[in-house]
Design a protein around this ligand. Structure first.
Ligand code: ADP
Ligand code: MG
Length: 284
């Protein structure tokens, strides 16, 4: 197959649970210089995530969770090791190509929402697709179903500071998903929310990612939040250790799934035709 640059593959069987892993982290290492000493943050960290999985990454504050997410997304380069996403090696790309790849295939949710205060809710959500070259009208057409899905379409004209923390995070989730990325990275997405609001944000994230066939990699220091995931990795001493008690099929995520997964209206996204993520991803 003549694969276009940045085209990510589909594992082919629709389930995503067999075949090649969707994300592979191979022997990642990263150290920061601290004065005249080196602070080792990642040391031979390896993991594999299959298509459609919700993976939680648990670790204490300062253990390197955000560093790892930045390396996975290609924002930051590891000192050693490889990051593969959908058959593409990010660590082998130029910075420009990593940026293009990220804009097409990765969405982010942050602890402090990171909405742009001078843009309306709608403008915040349309920004990622406009950066990908969509017209303002096409961008709005992509944003509307997501704002509806997060229950905030009627607030489209508001500015972020008029919204509660939970509402801001729901907008941030819409923004993370508007360009239809296969991989969503969330860095402590409930860390700034009260418990009930945090639970509802997790439920929404789960519904719009894992239940829509996307990958969610969520960093958290909360074991309770991690129970939403299919698998749990612990980041300890720079290494990723799979939690033996949280193997696929054994987690509370399965119990929470219920019999009939809710699907986002993917037909809309399939018709989006913005960039190469439509290629090779049939059967989503
Ligand atoms: P976590 O997200 O788990 O709290 P981080 O990945 O933010 O941890 O940080 C891990 C360690 O690396 C911390 O000791 C932090 O101070 C250090 N660190 C992170 N980013 C940088 C940087 N840009 N320069 C120097 N040290 C950093
Ligand atoms: Mg962090």
């Amino acid at each position: 197959m003549n694969r276009q640059p940045h085209t990510i593959y589909d594992s082919g069987d629709g389930s995503g649970r067999s075949g090649a892993p969707f994300v592979r982290l191979l022997g990642l290492s990263k150290a920061y210089q601290e004065g005249d000493r080196q602070r080792v943050v990642l040391q031979n960290a390896s993991a594999e995530f299959h298509r459609g999985e919700f993976v939680a990454l648990l670790g204490r504050s300062g253990s390197g969770k955000s560093t790892l997410l930045n390396v996975v997304s290609g924002i930051d380069r590891p000192d050693g090791g490889q990051v593969w996403i959908g058959g593409q090696e990010l660590t082998g790309m130029s910075e420009r190509d990593r940026t293009l790849f990220r804009r097409r295939h990765i969405g982010f949710v942050f602890q402090f929402f990171n909405l742009i205060p001078t843009l309306t809710v709608m403008e915040n959500v349309t920004l990622p697709v406009e950066l990908n070259g969509a017209s303002p009208k096409a961008a709005r057409q992509q944003a509307e179903p997501l704002l509806h899905a997060v229950g905030l379409l009627e607030r489209a004209g508001a500015y972020p500071d008029k919204l509660s923390g939970g509402e801001q995070q729901r907008i941030a989730i819409a923004r993370a998903l508007v360009h239809d990325p296969q991989l969503v990275l969330a860095d402590e997405p409930t860390g700034n929310l009260d418990e009930d609001t945090g639970e509802s944000v997790l439920a929404l994230l789960d519904r719009l990612t894992r239940q829509a066939g996307k990958n969610l990699l969520m960093v958290t220091h909360s074991p309770e939040s991690a129970t939403w995931s299919d698998r749990v990795y612990h980041l300890r001493d720079g290494k990723l250790e799979l939690d033996p008690a949280a193997k696929p099929g054994f987690t509370t995520a399965s119990a929470r799934k219920g019999p009939a997964p809710v699907r986002l209206e993917t037909a809309h996204f399939a018709a989006g035709g913005h960039g190469p993520q439509g290629d090779g991803e049939a059967g989503r």
